[in-house]
Design a protein around this ligand. Structure first.
Ligand code: UDP
Length: 386
């Protein structure tokens, strides 16, 4: 008898998993999503007024160091190369990001070469910090006070709503510091944006006679679902799955103010506003994410960050110590379940990029298929470390 699966959530986790199960198993798969579109926060849609392809939930630039993941996404849709060159606006000046030789020379009004800049910055670093525990310590150790204050303190306080000393060092480790003029925001060798947006990619992942998609469908777990489905894969927020019985996990969310105008507004896809006194964190102008297109008009968004309330879409998991305790309680409960798995950014409560989500979903699908063949218990989570 064919397996009957339910996948809750049509973002990258759910779509990649559905794609792999449909490819490899005799099965039917129901995919439910509470929104009126697939692709989760990667959803893209042409703006009616300007015809620009808009990343509806904020900018997404695909980048990965894994050739197999790059080949996988490129096997569904065409990607065009795109390099994200973010600028920073600080106290009325524009600087290059991520912090690189240009930024250092601009900021300190110098003409350093790479070795001089390295020695200069090393000297600024706080040598009393040996094993940085927080975002702030990581920044102070490797950049010193002035660059930290300018480019990280205000931005991070606005983005996360707390002192950077309360945040883990891992958040800063996402960003490189370079002693050359390379202003590519990412280090990964494969970078691009799908020509027709991310939603088409997700639609193609889900394009199978074995997959039935239901949109605008809110999920609530009940044990009766186990009579209908052989296995349920949940990719929504893990605390919502359990009706918040151990409390709410902390997330930051972002909101956007939309503007349209003629021509070119800021001449670049993303400009970060690093001053604490400027209320928005960044401005993104979406036609610059598709430089292969021509548009007379433009649409741009001011992005604001805030604490997530019940009505908001969760974006960034805060992962403070109190959150991790709550997460542990939910995970322990989830481990007791059978025929249930939790996958993706929201269900595992981790800060994940698209390529991480896709890689993990591909791997998880294989583990699940193996468990069917070996009749072992299906994996509940893709990760053991929280
Ligand atoms: N960050 C900062 N200043 C910047 C850009 C980033 O302080 O101009 C900090 C901020 O805390 C952010 C983290 O670095 O959350 C990681 O930045 P990234 O661009 O990776 O954030 P994301 O793309 O996930 O929004």
């Amino acid at each position: 008898m064919a397996n009957k699966f339910l996948i809750v959530g049509a973002g990258f986790s759910g779509a990649v998993l559905a794609n792999q199960l449909a490819k490899e198993l005799d099965c039917t798969i129901d995919v439910w999503d509470e929104r009126d579109h697939v692709a989760g926060n990667c959803h893209t849609k042409r703006d009616k007024e300007t015809n620009v392809m808009v990343h509806e939930y904020g900018p997404h630039i695909f980048n990965t160091d894994k050739k197999e993941i790059w080949d996988f996404v490129n096997s569904f849709v065409e990607f065009k190369p795109f390099i994200n060159r973010v600028k920073a606006n600080y106290k009325g000046n524009i600087y290059s990001l991520p912090v690189n030789l240009h930024t250092i020379n601009q900021f300190f009004n110098k003409t350093f070469g790479p070795e001089e800049a390295k020695a200069f910055i090393e000297n600024l670093g706080d040598k009393t910090i040996t094993d940085p525990q927080s975002f702030e310590e990581q920044a102070l150790k490797f950049l010193g006070k002035d660059l930290y204050q300018a480019f990280f303190y205000g931005y991070t306080k606005k983005q996360w709503g707390c002192e950077p000393s309360e945040l883990p060092a891992s958040i800063l480790k996402r960003l490189p510091v370079r002693f050359n003029y390379n202003d590519n925001y990412y280090n990964n060798p494969y970078q691009g944006i799908p020509v027709n947006g991310y939603t088409e990619l997700v639609e193609k992942l889900l394009d199978s006679p074995k997959i039935n998609i239901t949109l605008n469908k809110k999920f609530k777990y009940s044990t009766e679902l186990n009579d209908v489905y052989d296995h349920i894969f949940y990719t929504g927020p893990i605390d919502a799955f359990f009706d918040y019985k151990f409390g709410r996990l902390g997330y930051r969310t972002v909101t956007f103010e939309k503007y349209t105008t003629d021509g070119d507004y800021q001449g670049n896809a993303v400009i970060n506003y690093c001053d604490e006194s400027v209320p928005h964190t960044r401005v993104h102008e979406h036609k610059h994410f598709a430089p292969w297109e021509e548009h007379d008009k433009t649409v741009y968004f001011k992005e604001f960050s805030k604490e997530t309330t019940e009505e908001d879409i969760p974006y960034y998991p805060k992962r403070l110590d109190a959150d991790k305790k709550i997460l542990e309680a939910y995970r322990a409960e989830a481990m007791q379940s059978s025929n249930l798995s939790f996958l993706g950014r929201l269900a595992t409560y981790r800060y994940m990029d698209m390529h991480h989500v896709i890689g993990e979903a591909l791997h998880f699908a294989q583990s699940f298929i193996l468990s069917l063949h070996t009749e072992n218990k299906a994996p509940v989570f893709p990760n053991t470390e929280i």
